[in-house]
Design a protein around this ligand. Structure first.
Ligand SMILES: Nc1ncnc2c1ncn2[C@@H]1O[C@H](COP(=O)(O)OP(=O)(O)OP(=O)(O)O)[C@@H](O)[C@H]1O
Ligand SMILES: [Mg+2]
Length: 250
């Protein structure tokens, strides 16, 4: 039986007059691959920012892996096993791909202030294994900032994997990636997450990607979850078709 890994209860946040999270109740189970869909401005990133500690809800509570993380800083939440990749990848652009993973590993151990002695304290086997898993081993010595967009996305996920997370939340892992490269990227990411037994939640606008890789879909409309459940059911939902996908009812 799957267990709730993350539970959000009655989460609210407004920016001036814009209600970006409107009394959200949500639970993510261990082993799920959740795709979040929604129009621009629906509140998908805001909810991620709340769950990962980048924003504080005005009302509500978030519990992750049995810990109340409401109001906790992103760094403390990462240490509890929640990794994240960003809508715009957050890389150390001037460092090599391998060094980026070394820095991520050091962050896991709380050793970021000892950058100078990183090479003495990292597990190269784990770094190379992670690069292999995500398809970036041959790019280990390339500069992160000079990678093609798809490889930047993969590197962002690889850095999150170095934190040995239970859950990875990926905000638009395929945005900025050409349509012919999106499926290859998602296949690599999902294979890596399966291998490391990481639960995942990803924001995605491409319905083909959602249908292929998600075991569950949640549709955001105006700061609320309008539909949540089996992918094919949610994608057939009349409100989702009209207001999220811009399609007529089935
Ligand atoms: N820091 C902020 N300050 C003010 N308004 C914000 C802030 N962050 C988000 N918003 C507003 O909150 C609403 C939800 O934004 P959010 O970024 O969560 O949407 P989204 O669903 O991720 O959209 P997209 O698909 O474009 O990434 C939008 O109206 C946005 O303009
Ligand atoms: Mg967003």
């Amino acid at each position: 039986m799957s267990q709730a890994l993350l539970i959000a209860s009655d989460v609210c946040l407004a920016f001036g007059g814009v209600v970006a999270a409107d009394h959200i109740d949500f639970a993510l189970n261990d082993g799920e691959r959740l795709a979040v869909i929604g129009q621009n401005g629906a509140g998908k990133t805001t909810f991620i920012n709340i769950c990962t500690g980048y924003l504080q809800p005005t009302v509500g509570r978030i519990v992750f892996n049995g810990h109340d993380i409401t109001g906790k800083k992103p760094r403390s939440i990462v240490k509890l096993g929640m990794g994240r990749s960003f809508q715009l990848p957050q890389l150390f652009a001037g460092h090599s791909v391998q060094k980026c993973l070394e820095i991520a590993a050091a962050a896991r151990g709380g050793r970021l202030s000892w950058l100078a002695s990183l090479s003495d304290s990292v597990d190269y086997h784990e770094i190379m294994d992670t690069l292999e898993l995500i398809g970036l081993r041959s790019a280990a010595h390339e500069l992160a900032g000079e990678l093609p967009e798809g490889h930047k996305k993969l590197l962002d996920v690889a850095m999150a994997l170095m934190l040995r997370p239970k859950l990875i939340i990926m905000d638009e892992p395929t945005s900025g990636v050409s349509s012919q490269d999106k499926h290859g990227l998602m296949a690599l990411v999902m294979q890596a997450l399966d291998e490391r037994k990481v639960t995942s939640w990803f924001v995605e606008h491409d319905v083909d990607i959602v249908s292929r890789y998600a075991t569950r879909v949640a549709a955001w409309i105006d700061g609320k979850i309008a539909a949540d459940g089996d992918p094919q059911q949610v994608l057939k939902n009349a409100q989702v078709r009209e207001q999220v996908l811009g399609l007529p009812p089935c």
